[in-house]
Design a protein around this ligand. Structure first.
Ligand SMILES: *[C@@H]1O[C@H](CO)[C@@H](O)[C@H](O)[C@H]1NC(C)=O
Ligand SMILES: *[C@@H]1O[C@H](CO)[C@@H](O)[C@H](O)[C@H]1NC(C)=O
Length: 316
């Protein structure tokens, strides 16, 4: 071979060069394969990182939500979804009414008490009533019992202010629907908490609310602060909410949040959904700020104390 190489150095050189070129190509192919693999890995890392960032961003937008008790999309039916919570001591500072005062506390959600059609009819009622005036800020209320209606920075009494004309706005059927729905809510609360429904009474304030994203002008517009109903209104024993519009499509923000020590638990509003709970500190809650659209709901409150009972509204 050496001889051959010596004899024909050119040929041997050419063969070696050819070999080198081949090896070089193979090397280049290998390195380009390796670098595209590295690029792919880098891309994967970038995609994962941005997914994590998006997730962190979205969960931070959620306002630290630990759990969704009822989402907008699901239908909680036929049985209410019930969560027990240990009763606070709030009830001990008040007279006890056997058959009504909370013995066991909790919160519940049901979509089976009020139909979406009924909720929409009640929303139209609220729209008509609130169209008569309304708050300058983003939160207005209409209380058919007392007649209180937000107007500018204060309230007027619709029955006094509009007199007989109010029967052009509301019909007897509206008031009948309102009463029917109130009775059903009372029945499901009694059933769920094991109460005698005849020993619980509607109390004030019981009202329609309309919330949009307009900035608050007075304290009355600041609905988003955490609060305890029994502390705010001593007479409350059970609070319920009937939603008249849908979270996500009619409005954004505006979810109901139970603020527990170990996390926040939300109820996403859905037209016809009723959520109810014992009114003490075991159910500290708030409503998220509405960020878009309009949120309608009715707050229906119950007491065990007959001295704080109110009656159903009637047309003048
Ligand atoms: C909120 O409602 C009030 C009363 O209807 C209205 O004047 C205001 O423009 C609304 N705000 C938004 C952001 O839609
Ligand atoms: C509940 O949400 C509030 C903000 O809405 C937040 O400040 C708080 O840390 C949350 N609680 C928990 C335990 O995550």
């Amino acid at each position: 071979m050496a001889l051959l190489r010596a004899r024909n150095p050119k040929a041997s050189n050419a063969a070696e060069i050819e070999k080198k070129i081949k090896r070089g190509n193979a090397l280049r192919q290998g390195s380009s394969w390796r670098s595209s693999r590295a690029l792919f890995a880098l891309l994967l890392v970038a995609v994962c990182a941005s997914a994590v960032a998006t997730w962190l961003y979205l969960t931070s937008l959620d306002g630290d939500i630990t759990e969704t008790l009822a989402s907008r999309r699901e239908l909680v039916s036929p049985q209410p979804r019930v969560y027990s919570v240990q009763c606070s001591e709030d009830y001990q500072n008040h007279k006890r009414y056997p058959g009504c005062t909370p013995q066991s506390c909790g919160r519940a959600v049901t979509d089976a008490m009020v139909t979406r059609e009924e909720a929409h009819a009640l929303r139209r009622l609220a729209e008509r009533g609130l169209a008569l005036a309304g708050s300058e800020g983003g939160a207005s209320i209409l209380d058919l019992h007392s007649g209180a209606l937000s107007m500018g920075k204060q309230f007027v009494n619709i029955y006094r202010y509009f007199g007989d004309q109010i029967s052009d706005v509301f019909t007897a059927e509206d008031f009948k629907l309102y009463r029917d729905v109130r009775e059903r809510i009372q029945a499901v609360i009694a059933e769920t908490f094991g109460l005698d429904p005849t020993l619980m009474y509607l109390t004030k304030p019981t009202f329609f609310s309309r919330i949009n994203s307009t900035a608050a002008k007075t304290q009355h517009d600041e609905y988003w602060h955490p609060h305890i109903d029994k502390v705010t209104y001593g007479s409350f024993d059970y609070t319920s909410l009937l939603y008249l519009s849908d979270y996500g499509s009619d409005f954004t923000g505006g979810r109901f949040v139970f603020m527990d020590q170990n996390g926040n638990r939300t109820v996403e509003p859905r037209a016809g959904r009723v959520s109810f709970f014992s009114s003490g500190s075991e159910n500290l809650h708030r409503v998220e700020k509405v960020t878009w659209g309009t949120r309608y709901a009715i707050t229906v409150s119950f007491t065990c104390d007959p001295a704080h009972a109110i009656s159903d509204p009637t047309l003048p």
